[in-house]
Design a protein around this ligand. Structure first.
Ligand code: PA5
Length: 476
């Protein structure tokens, strides 16, 4: 991976093909025209200006992550090296933005059976990301871990999230009982430097700590220590990932709508939403990108699903993100995408060159309906099926566009994550909403605090206690 060379970077640029969003290809009823682009010129210009003016400020601190983490990256790499020497399991305790990025990047850039490989082949610790409080899952995890060889990474920006703090309490108690004062050697905290409870706890316990910058919200945090530490621990080249993000950032600064992939996709999604396309399907054709779709669902859903706009008007906007996997979902959801309601935009992610080639064996010569596959590769099959699905969707007048990665590597994953983040920022600006808050998520968190009797949440508890009681007649 020679990301320092201009030619190499150019050869690794992602391509966004939006032909199948255009009326020429999809039909005038559903598709868009260059006139639509012109009609939205002001919306686009205003969104561009808003995003550019806010770069690096407020909750847009994430735009600077590809540039301002030299020392942090050095610390992360040194810590990861040390972890590799001492431990065989790295367990992330976190949820939402503190978990989905690490899961997505691990799946994208490590061996698809990393944890199952023997140590001699794996070379780096196993990674587990525990993003739920299902008691059976916690018990199962503890059944498989050798604690002597395990280090945990508790990750929470607010330092208050019930799920993460519950996990921390459980694990720290076990560690203290087993290792006494040395428990701290098995726990790293990633949290805000000056806010929340985890930082206070980390200081008292003497934990190694990484910080989540104030201007970086959970779902925009993969490229800070939240994602970089787990990635480095499993051997991912985090400098290349940041270089990819930086490369995409430069491309996304382009004022020219047609040359800026984040701006054009934002406009297309914005126009689609105005036409009632309230579902955004993310469908990578690669198992390695399967969880990028999960990560995208949080980014898109939590950022754009908002009740009020920046002027206080009720707007109830957003697209419901749906994850799908090519080719697997061709045999389930694609039926609905092709023949159901005209309420979706389907984003396909293609991979030009896979990291492995698997030949389809010769055989069944006397059965032509099977032997037509012979002499081909699985690589050809997956990409042919992708093209076939694109064709089937397009002929059924279904809006779709394709993002192509030349290959899946740390650089292109950095580009892809950053592209989606910028697209989200532009779309939010077009919708005139606050892209970076999450009052809906916080509503649920606060209700949990209230029900558990947390101090400071008495009025929410009272409100919940006086809510209408459930009618048993509506339960069967
Ligand atoms: O994007 C967000 O802000 C949220 O989804 C958070 O990531 C999630 O709620 C976890 O929050 P925290 O990192 O504070 O524990």
């Amino acid at each position: 991976m020679d990301y320092k060379k201009t030619d190499w970077r150019k050869s690794m640029e992602l391509k966004v093909d939006y032909n199948n969003m255009m009326a020429d290809y999809i039909g005038a009823d559903q598709g868009f025209t260059l006139d639509d682009f012109s009609a939205n010129k002001k919306v686009v210009n205003d969104a561009y200006k808003t995003v550019m003016a806010n770069r690096g400020k407020g909750m847009m601190g994430w735009t600077e992550l590809p540039y301002n983490q030299k020392e942090i990256v050095a610390d992360i790499i040194a810590t990861a090296k040390d972890i590799k020497k001492k431990f065989d399991n790295f367990v992330v305790l976190g949820i939402g933005g503190s978990a989905l990025g690490p899961i997505a990047v691990f799946q994208a850039l490590c061996h698809l059976r990393h944890n199952e490989l023997p140590k001699s082949k794996r070379k780096f610790p196993k990674l587990y990301v525990e993003d739920n409080v299902d008691p059976e899952r916690m018990a199962a995890l503890l059944d498989v871990l050798d604690l002597d060889k395990t280090i945990f990474n508790v990750v929470t920006k607010s330092g208050a999230t019930s799920e993460t703090m519950a996990q921390y309490l459980i694990i720290m108690d076990i560690l203290k009982k087993k290792y006494g004062e040395k428990a701290k050697d098995h726990m790293i905290a990633t949290t805000s430097e000056n806010k929340g409870n985890l930082i206070k706890i980390a200081k008292v316990e003497g934990l190694k700590t990484f910080y989540i910058p104030d201007g970086v919200g959970g779902r925009f945090s993969e490229l800070c220590p939240v994602g970089l530490l787990p990635a480095a621990v499993v051997g991912i080249d985090i400098k290349a990932m940041l270089a990819g993000a930086q490369h995409m950032d430069k491309i996304c600064k382009n004022k020219d709508l047609r040359k800026n992939p984040a701006l054009i996709t934002a406009l297309l999604e914005f126009m689609a939403m105005k036409k009632g396309k309230n579902i955004s399907v993310m469908m990578p054709y690669a198992d390695s990108l399967k969880y990028i779709a999960d990560w995208y669902c949080q980014l898109w859903g939590e950022s754009l699903g908002k009740a009020v706009d920046n002027d206080g008007n009720e707007v109830f906007v957003g697209q419901t993100p749906v994850k799908a996997l090519g080719v697997t979902d061709q045999h389930s959801q694609v039926q609905l995408y092709r023949e159901g309601p005209f309420d979706k935009v389907i984003t396909i992610i293609a991979v030009e060159s896979f990291r492995k080639t698997v030949d389809i064996s010769e055989g069944c010569k006397d059965i032509p309906d099977v032997s037509f596959l012979c002499g081909h590769t699985m690589n050809e099959l997956i990409n042919t099926e992708r093209k076939a699905t694109e064709y089937a969707l397009t002929t059924a007048h279904r809006l779709n566009y394709t993002i192509t990665l030349p290959e899946v590597n740390a650089f292109t994953i950095g580009e892809l994550l950053y592209l989606f983040e910028m697209e989200t920022a532009f779309t939010g600006a077009m919708l005139n909403i606050n892209t970076f808050n999450q009052p809906g998520v916080e509503g649920g968190k606060n209700a949990t605090y209230a029900l558990f009797g947390r101090k400071g949440y008495e009025s929410t508890k009272q409100e919940m206690d006086t809510a209408p009681k459930k009618n048993p007649e509506y339960v069967c």
